[in-house]
Write a protein that binds this ligand. Sequence first.
Ligand code: XMP
Length: 326
Amino acid sequence: MSEEKKIGGRAFGRELNVQEFIDEQVAAIREQVGDGKVLLALSGGVDSSVVAALLIKAIGERLYCVHVNHGLLRKGEPEQVIEVFQKNLGANLTYVDATDRFLDKLAGVAAPETKRKIIGEEFIRLFEEEAAKFTDVKFLAQGTIWPDILESEKGVKAHHNVGGLPEKFGFELVEPVKYLFKDEVRAVGEALGLPKDMVWRQPFPGPGLGVRCTGAITRDRLEAVRESDAILREEFAKAGLEGKIWQYFTVVPDIRTTGVVDGQRTELWPVIIRAIDSVDAMSAVAPRLDWDLLDTLTRRITTEVKGVSRVLYDLSPKPSATIEWE
Ligand code: XMP
């Protein structure tokens, strides 16, 4: 293994020089990888996207990206990953639509932590199967960032990037953003020309919309989560709130409430709007949203989203509540 170069900014008490970082990192990747090939699980999140862009710059088509759609992604996400990386940057990209596989495994499972476990384990299993197809690939790239390492060291949480894979397949790791904080990763992403909405994305949990379709996930209710989330993001963007509010999404709980349409009684789902201001996700408060915005959201969600008759805005701070509903 070649000697590691510690290329970074604030992690070493200095301001990051973005252009210098990119040049040095591209050279370091070329040195580490030689004429070898690299595999990357590309989720479309900030970290893996920036890693992909850096590797494409360094080794072009010797990077093999695998984008797994577990069926719990937001509307338009797989399409954006394909558009940006395959069409625009010419990446070698394998797209795996594993929606049925994940939703079948999750059918009837209501306990939140069991859902998380199934999604996490199934993801690793699937990626292992895909990785096994790349017999001549020696390197595995990961979007590990500096806070992941600090938190693992302090024992706050286990480092959650594709655990176990390197050992199992004898991969050597390539972790080009390992010594960067999130804002530095974003600056590098912008300089590499990634779309602004990809670089400035709000945090999105690994289990995706699965923890926002509470209880046992059904396809129709999951679709209500996806569609209402898309409307929420669209209206927040129109209102100039994109990038200003830490995180915003919708939840569709596993309950039905009584409604009335054209004089007929209905039993449909409520949609809960969750928007929070935070600095580190450890504590959070609900922002004072404009009434007209809430009004527009309510009208659009109740008319455009199938199976929904009611909209609520969750004002709960963290603590007492967590940001996600489960
Ligand atoms: P909570 O709900 O614990 O969320 O207040 C804090 C932050 O973490 C995100 N979150 C997750 N991220 N896997 C993830 O990768 C998870 O299982 C998970 N659960 C919560 C959440 O979206 C928020 O930003």
